[in-house]
Design a protein around this ligand. Structure first.
Ligand SMILES: *Cc1c(COP(=O)(O)O)cnc(C)c1O
Length: 390
């Protein structure tokens, strides 16, 4: 199928939920994607932070096909050795205590919300169920995670939304303090708001938030769905804040391109989801687990993590010198570009026409390159961006 046939078929058979760039991707290697007409693109998107090892990585492909020909799925009625291996690795890497597997970021966040509410329900006789999230946050597309998302534009059409979410202003500790009372069970935050415009949450705010949580027996939950799995130069972003969350959620890059998510919690929350209170048919699927093991073994290496930071720094230094760039934000290879002028979506479309895939977030351009991207690929992509911005 050439592009026009694909586009027509999409319009005829698929729901119109997505605004798409006029490109159909059919294969890729490393940070280079190829479209249906054979054109190549440097990829600064990694499928929105998912393909952390790039396209068709040999190690990942090998791990997946090997597992596929052994056993592709077992239900959660039976023990699963791969779940044990991945969970052990996540526990060792985080210092947290227990893991629940699911298939996406929104599901990981649903799980976090259920854990926080059940924990508080049992401890405070049903009197604590409110969850504080941040204005401008993004936590997913289910009815409950939309309610958790602190943006009015997401609170439309699908009424009634799940009750019990209130929104504090990021980096405004008085705003957070004013919402805390004895009906609150958790504070749930991203450390860099990804979809919200690559807004890093400031350390003093996060430290103060952690202290408020500790003083009031409120759980601190961190949404690491976009910031996690080495994206920001540490395995999880919270390490750079020096905090100890009670629970983190993770997905996107966790299995390098297969649907996979997890909720990782500390000891006291480890047995909140007793048998029968939560579940997932596909959660912890052996093939996703095998992919995740390959990803975790590679990206948790300290040399790999340092390279992510160094490449991020290299990209930032080049970006800030470019025409029309006002500010560069983010950590590691999660990068937001504040423009002097012009529409980010239009600029992203011009980049695509010139052979570069790039993301936007609100009015910013956003880069989430594969973590394995080479300096040559970075330079080729930045050359295209520089030409478009000039
Ligand atoms: C992408 C994202 C989600 C939602 O993940 P899905 O896999 O699309 O459900 C949740 N939180 C954050 C911070 C995200 O970036």
């Amino acid at each position: 199928m050439n592009f026009d046939t694909i586009k027509d078929g999409d319009a005829e058979y698929l729901m119109s939920a997505y605004g798409r760039f006029p490109v159909a991707l059919v294969e890729g290697k490393g940070a280079v994607a190829k479209d249906a007409d054979g054109r190549e693109y440097i990829d600064f998107t990694s499928g929105i932070g998912v393909n952390c090892l790039g396209y068709s990585d040999d190690g990942l492909a090998g791990a997946v096909s090997e597992q596929m020909s052994k056993i592709q799925h077992i239900s959660n009625l039976y023990y699963n050795p791969l779940q044990v291996e991945v969970a052990k690795k996540l526990v060792e890497l985080t210092g947290l205590s227990k893991v629940f597997f699911c298939n996406s970021g929104a599901e990981a966040n649903e799980c976090a919300i259920k854990i926080a509410r059940k924990y508080a329900f049992e401890k405070y006789n049903g009197k604590r169920n409110k969850i504080i999230t941040l204005v401008n946050s993004f936590h997913g597309r289910t009815i409950t995670t939309l309610a958790a998302t602190g943006q009015d534009s997401f609170h439309n059409y699908f009424f009634p939304f799940t009750e019990g979410f209130v929104y504090a202003e990021a980096n405004n500790i008085e705003s957070l303090r004013s919402l805390i009372d004895d009906t609150v069970c958790a504070v749930f935050i991203e450390l860099i708001q990804g979809e919200g415009g690559v807004n890093p949450i400031l350390k003093p705010f996060v430290w103060e938030a952690e202290k408020l949580c500790r003083d009031n027996d409120i759980l601190l939950l961190v949404d690491e769905v976009q910031t996690g799995v080495a994206r920001t130069g540490t395995f999880y972003c919270y390490e750079q804040y020096g905090i100890t969350p009670d629970l983190i959620t993770t997905a996107k890059g966790l299995a390098g391109g297969l649907p996979f998510g997890a909720c990782i919690c500390e000891e006291k929350l480890g047995d909140v989801l007793s048998a029968g209170t939560h579940g997932s048919t596909f959660g912890g699927n052996p093939v996703a687990c095998a992919a995740s093991l390959e990803v975790l073994n590679r990206v948790s290496d300290s040399k790999f993590l340092n390279e992510v930071s160094e490449k991020g720094e290299y990209i930032r230094e080049k970006l800030i010198k470019m025409n029309n760039v006002k500010e560069v934000r983010g950590l590691g290879m999660m990068i937001g570009i504040v423009l002097e002028s012009g529409d980010a979506k239009e600029i992203a479309a011009r980049c695509v026409e010139n052979g570069l895939l790039i993301l936007t977030a609100k009015t910013l351009l956003r880069l989430l390159p594969p973590l394995t991207i080479t300096y040559e690929e970075i330079d080729s992509g930045l050359d295209i961006l520089e030409r478009v911005l000039a």
